[in-house]
Design a binder for this molecule. Structure first.
Ligand code: OFO
Length: 162
C-alpha cells in the first residue's frame, strides 16, 4: 500500500508529466508556426513520451492500491523568440523534472517505500537521457547561430526521430 504522503506526491507527478506533455505540445505549435516541421515532429514525439510518463505514474498508483486524483493542468507558455529560446526552455524544464524525480526518490526512501524507490529508478535514468537530448539540441543551435543553412539541416535531422 502507498502511504498518503507518497500517494499525494505521485499524483502531483502525474500532473507534472502531463504539464510537460502540454508544454511540448505548445512548442509543436510554435515550431509549426515557424515552418520548422522537423522540430515540430521531434517535439510531437516528446509530448507523447511525456503522456506515457504520466501513465506510468498512474499505473503505479493503481497497482499499489492507491487512488489517482487528477488536477488542473496549467496553461503552458506558447511563444518563444527563437528555436534556441524554446529548446533552452525545454532543457530548463527537464532539469526541473529531474529535481522533482530526485525529491520523489528521497521521499520514497524516507517512507521506506522500496517498491516506489525501485519504480522511480527508471525515471532517474530517463532524466539523464532527457537532459542530454535537450542539451545536445541547445548546443547545436548555439553553434548554428544566425545561419539559416545550419538550421535547415538540423531541422531535417530532427525530422528523422523515430
Ligand atoms: Fe521529459 O521526462 Fe517526463 O517529464
Amino acid at each position: 500500500m502507498l502511504s498518503p504522503k507518497i500517494e499525494k506526491a505521485l499524483n502531483a507527478q502525474i500532473n507534472a508529466e502531463l504539464f510537460s506533455s502540454y508544454l511540448y505540445l505548445a512548442m509543436v505549435a510554435y515550431f509549426q508556426d515557424t515552418n520548422l516541421s522537423g522540430f515540430a515532429h521531434w517535439m510531437t514525439l516528446q509530448s507523447q513520451e511525456e503522456t506515457s510518463h504520466g501513465m506510468k505514474f498512474f499505473q503505479h498508483i493503481i497497482e499499489r492500491g492507491g487512488r489517482v486524483t487528477l488536477e488542473v493542468i496549467d496553461r503552458p507558455q506558447f511563444e518563444w523568440k527563437s528555436p534556441l529560446e524554446a529548446m533552452e526552455a525545454a532543457l530548463e524544464h527537464e532539469i526541473y523534472i529531474t529535481k522533482r524525480i530526485n525529491d520523489l526518490v528521497d521521499l520514497a526512501m524516507d517512507e521506506k517505500d522500496h517498491a516506489t524507490a525501485s519504480f522511480l529508478q527508471w525515471f532517474v535514468d530517463e532524466q539523464v537521457e532527457e537532459e542530454d537530448n535537450a542539451n545536445g539540441i541547445v548546443q547545436k543551435l548555439r553553434m548554428i547561430g544566425d545561419h539559416p543553412g545550419g538550421l535547415f539541416m538540423l531541422d531535417r535531422d530532427m525530422g528523422s526521430r523515430a
